[in-house]
Design a protein around this ligand. Structure first.
Ligand SMILES: [Zn+2]
Length: 424
């Protein structure tokens, strides 16, 4: 059932309060939650006390409560319920085997983490109307722990069955209405919730909402530590790339060397004239030249030095693991013009100069001109650069540097092997 017009307006006002940053007006100041709160689909019902969510992002609203509650209190309650969905408490409850008997312990633990997340921001939800949230310390729990850890500590407590089970329903009020946070918190379906008809938000949709919120949170709080640690851990977990960029880089360099030599198997031992003169000794059938790698580093002003230093360290690690050592690596520092061409022992030894614009085509040309010619070129750049018009004669691995919360890094040519490097 959709909300009546006036209830809809009130909910809209509460969302606006929550996502607006206006210190003088004392608003919620959580703009990064907007994608989540606007994604929740309201359903009017008399079966809940205040509001509750299901695991498909439907927001069950008691209209009577909504019309009577203060707008900031509704806003805080929206933040509380959105955090259950963002933190995927429903699936996590399922993972630890929460049942109707232990649902209350789970909800208490999950709510303690939500209280911590909200404590420094919009403030805890109201004690009346919405769900009173207690901080871990107030429950005798260890602050900063996860919902799972709280649950383990609490699940030994006397069970409080949910609506629809047992004679007494402590999580229901006198009229048998559900006073819990809903299946969006504990993953257990309620009688009043809409049957799974394909409506609401599915797992794919939920993932994009979480990513959007994490990106917006990072934009708001770029340096970790300004908000409770649970936020930073959550953001890092959401934005962690599915595939670790180091393994992608490793595979790309290994392939680059393999393509160049025609074999993935190479050796450092030079054919010995003396040995080959001995007829009984069988020499290895394959002898590949030692692979040579050129590392071209974009040192233009737009590139983040910290990011670059980290990426260079990783490139060294990859080359070392592939037994490409000192003398086989040429490192070129490049910006608008090739500033320096130097052969260093390690990529991390490159001196970062820079400033000005960028044209990596120059750097790549300089790398290919070194003698002997490299078997593969590894380019580290932020991608804000010109590129060669033609494919390079040896594999070009374009490592594009970016921060985890930057949604789209600049494009690279089709013929280059692209590796996105987004360190923590
Ligand atoms: Zn809750």
């Amino acid at each position: 059932m959709t909300l009546p017009r006036d209830a809809s307006d009130r909910l809209a006002a509460a969302k606006l309060w929550l996502v607006t940053s206006d210190a003088a007006a004392g608003t919620g100041d959580m703009p990064y939650l907007s994608t989540a709160v606007y994604a929740m689909q309201p359903v009017a019902t008399r079966d809940v006390v205040g509001m509750a969510v299901d695991s498909r992002w439907r927001l069950y609203v008691d209209v009577e409560w909504l019309m009577a509650a203060e707008v900031p209190d509704i806003g805080r309650e929206l933040a509380h319920l959105a955090l259950h969905l963002l933190h995927d408490h429903a699936a996590r409850a399922d993972d630890v085997g929460v049942t109707r008997r232990t649902a209350s312990a789970w909800a208490t633990g999950a709510d303690a983490t939500v209280a911590e997340l909200l404590a420094d921001a919009a403030g805890r939800p109201p004690a009346s109307g919405g769900h009173p949230l207690a901080l871990a310390v107030e429950l005798g729990l260890v602050p900063g722990r996860s919902a799972e850890e709280h649950f383990a500590a609490l699940s030994g407590l006397p069970a409080r069955p949910l609506l629809g089970e047992g004679d007494q329903e402590p999580d229901a009020d006198g009229e048998g209405r559900d006073s819990s946070c809903g299946s969006g918190c504990d993953g257990l379906a309620r009688p009043y919730e809409l049957v799974d008809d394909g409506g609401g938000i599915d797992e794919h949709g939920a993932r994009s909402i979480r990513e959007r919120v994490a990106i917006e949170y990072r934009q708001r709080w770029p340096s970790p530590g300004s908000m409770p640690g649970e936020w930073d851990r959550w953001v890092a977990r959401i934005l962690e790339p599915v595939v670790d960029w180091r393994s992608v880089l490793h595979a790309a360099v290994r392939r680059g060397i393999g393509w160049a030599s025609g074999q993935t198997d190479y050796t450092y031992s030079r054919p010995s004239r003396r040995q080959s003169a001995v007829p009984d000794v069988v020499l290895p059938a394959l002898r590949r030249p030692v692979p040579r790698v050129a590392v071209v580093v974009d040192t233009s002003g737009s590139v983040d030095d910290g990011l670059l230093a980290q990426a260079l360290g990783e490139v060294d690690g990859v080359l070392a693991s592939l037994a490409v050592g000192a003398g086989q690596v040429t490192v070129l520092a490049v910006d608008a013009a090739v500033q320096a061409v130097s052969t260093v022992r390690r990529a991390a030894d490159v001196r970062l100069g820079g400033g000005g614009g960028t044209d990596m085509a120059l750097g790549i040309r300089a790398a290919l001109a070194t003698k002997p010619r490299p078997d593969t070129v590894v380019l580290l750049t932020d991608g804000e650069t010109g590129w060669p018009q033609q494919p390079t004669p040896v594999p070009l691995i374009a490592v594009v540097l970016g921060r985890p919360w930057e949604p789209d890094l600049p494009p690279t040519p089709d013929w280059a092997v692209r590796v996105e490097c987004r360190p923590e």
